[in-house]
Write a protein that binds this ligand. Structure first.
Ligand code: ATR
Length: 260
């Protein structure tokens, strides 16, 4: 049977197998989708398995979206632009890296009717997914993008690619309309992002890329203060839908039953 896989570390939180296996069954495709926690040293052998067609496609999650790039033959224009890969497939005997996070993030905002045009956005985190978010926000014409990362150098590296973004120190906030948690802080229930929530004006949108747990401390604190909140569930579902389309050439259904 054809096999698909999501790799990362940690991977326990990933709901990709549930989602993809549901769509595989719904579309009568004889294949299975699994998850595997791997060490960085195992990336090479996994890519060899894609070359040998033991694995037909991969999703990549924390923290390998960038690390995987040197092992691939070619990047799609979007993955090249973001320098971040979350979907891998084989075509014409070459291993391609693609990026469906950009489209997934964009569609998730459309889904909640949030118009980013002319909005000021603060992003926390400068890891593998951040460049995808920046690209989507730029496309949607955000007026200002600010970046804050614990390791400031990583934010500064991103600024070289996206000179219009502003960088502020970790733990600081500025005047924003929307704040996005793109760090892995929140995956563990005890994780907390230390922000001065009292300094934040009213009616902001707090968006967490994390979808499991479905309400991180970042979101529950924001909700207590009366802000709008959105977790990463819809981004996750839309990026998966786009990946499914790449592998199977079918756009699988997203309906209420699936969302539940
Ligand atoms: P991904 O590829 O999914 O983005 P990643 O590249 O490992 O994952 O990025 C993780 C992000 O979470 C980084 O921005 C990281 O900050 P550093 O660059 O300083 O490592 C952030 N992060 C992880 N643990 C953190 C913590 N305890 N406090 C603050 N930021 C943290």
């Amino acid at each position: 049977m054809k096999k698909y896989l999501v790799i990362g570390n940690p991977i326990g939180h990933s709901l990709s197998p549930r989602l993809h296996n549901h769509w595989l069954k719904e579309n009568n495709i004889s294949a299975v989708y699994e998850k595997k926690q791997i060490k960085e040293s195992e990336i090479k052998s996994i890519i060899t398995e894609v070359k040998n067609e033991k694995i037909c496609g991969l999703n990549i999650t924390i923290p390998y979206k960038k690390t995987i790039i040197p092992f691939l033959d070619q990047l799609t224009p979007l993955a090249e632009k973001a320098q971040s890969v979350n979907t891998i497939f084989k075509k014409d005997n070459k291993i391609f890296g693609d990026n469906t996070d950009i489209g997934g993030f964009e569609q998730s905002l459309k889904h909640i009717n949030y118009n980013v045009k002319n909005k000021k956005v603060l992003i926390l985190g400068a890891g593998g997914v951040t460049s995808s978010i920046i690209l989507a926000l730029q496309k949607l014409e955000a007026s200002k993008i600010t970046l804050s990362n614990r390791t400031k150098e990583k934010a500064e590296t991103l600024k070289k690619k996206y000179p219009n973004i502003e960088i502020i120190n970790w733990g600081k906030i500025n005047n924003f309309d929307m704040i996005i948690n793109a760090t892995s802080l929140g995956l563990k229930n005890e994780d907390e992002i230390k922000l001065n929530y009292d300094d934040i004006g009213p009616n902001k949108l707090f968006y967490d890329i994390i979808y499991n747990p479905n309400k991180t401390k970042f979101l529950s604190k924001a909700k207590q203060s009366g802000h709008k909140i959105e977790n990463g569930k819809m981004m996750f579902i839309f990026q998966a839908q786009l990946a499914f389309k790449i592998w199977h050439n079918i756009l699988p259904k997203i309906n209420n039953k699936l969302l539940e």
